[in-house]
Ligand binder design. Structure first.
Ligand code: CO
Length: 211
């Protein structure tokens, strides 16, 4: 068996022993249920582990990850996660967390075809189209890439706000705030790009739903 693969199971045993040495009922208590206050929508990138970078423990974060932390409103996976988080778990916060050096966003900046993934990356290109003037004006490619990452997070937060799930929760006065963050892989630091979106007033009128 290759050493890396084997180390995963060994590490798990050590982790269990460590948790039990601190609290002998640790897993029994976790097994009783979950009530996380937060839904995390992040990138699948291996360098951005949701729980670890915010110091969250098991039971504290409901997590959904995909390439480039996208909120695509026809994605039944994302919609199911958001519906369960908002309507069953009653999370108070949803954070869309992007990151600089995101391969998905970088691919969306260019024209190269990568196969079937092109069709997912197309959603990221919509952000470029919406902010073309601002992005094209940034001459430095690295800075343009960084800004594209930030704008993409912001667009995903507002795409989340456009969903019937989120707007219905707000209509029912449910305590629910949306936030957009960008994580720096180089520095480990998170920057708030959008915070505390708690109603649909910032959406274009055409997106505001009456219930
Ligand atoms: Co990424």
């Amino acid at each position: 068996m290759d050493a890396f693969y084997k180390s995963l199971l060994d590490n798990n045993k050590k982790w269990v022993e460590n948790k039990l040495s601190i609290d002998s009922e640790y897993f029994e208590n976790l097994a009783k249920g979950q009530q996380p206050p937060l839904l995390w929508i992040g990138c699948a990138d291996s360098r951005v582990p949701a729980n670890e970078i915010i110091g969250a423990q098991p039971g504290e974060v409901f997590v959904h990850r995909n390439i480039a932390n996208m909120v695509v409103h026809t994605d039944i996976n994302m919609l199911s996660v958001v519906d369960y988080a908002v309507n069953v778990l009653k999370v108070k916060h949803i954070i869309v967390c992007g990151h600089y050096n995101c391969g998905g966003v970088q691919a969306a900046m260019g024209n190269k075809s990568y196969g079937i993934i092109d069709n997912w990356i197309r959603h990221i290109k919509n952000t470029y189209r919406l902010h073309k003037e601002e992005l094209d004006a940034i001459e430095d490619e690295g800075k343009r890439f960084d800004r594209y990452v930030e704008l993409n997070v912001s667009e995903q937060v507002f795409d989340l706000a456009k969903t019937s799930i989120v707007q219905n929760a707000w209509k029912n006065n449910q305590d629910l705030m949306l936030h957009g963050w960008v994580y720096s892989i180089k520095r480990g630091i998170i920057q708030e790009i959008v915070s505390k979106v708690a109603n649909n007033s910032k959406l274009d009128e055409v997106y505001q739903l009456d219930f």
